[in-house]
Design a binder for this molecule. Structure first.
Ligand code: 9UX
Length: 72
């Protein structure tokens, strides 16, 4: 089973930031795909919920140096 979630990302100011956030998420084995949109400051993440909780997705982003919070 794969779930999808959107995160609001804070602190991205250039396109390289997008790559950094995407890599921080994709390096987690539970993450199937992560797409970050700089204009909307959102990350769309497809992940395996049996392997990870949303708080851990947020932690991966904050450890990369950006803010993250859940969006409905
Ligand atoms: Mo661009 Mo983002 O020079 O942390 S990589 S601002």
């Amino acid at each position: 089973v794969v779930a999808e979630i959107d995160l609001a990302i804070e602190g991205m100011t250039c396109a390289s930031c997008v790559g950094r956030v995407e890599r921080a998420l994709k390096r987690l084995p539970a993450v199937v795909d992560a797409v970050v949109n700089l204009a909307t400051e959102r990350a769309h993440v497809r992940y395996i919920p049996a392997m990870i909780e949303p708080n851990e997705l947020i932690a991966a982003v904050t450890e990369a140096g950006y803010g993250a919070s859940l969006v409905d």
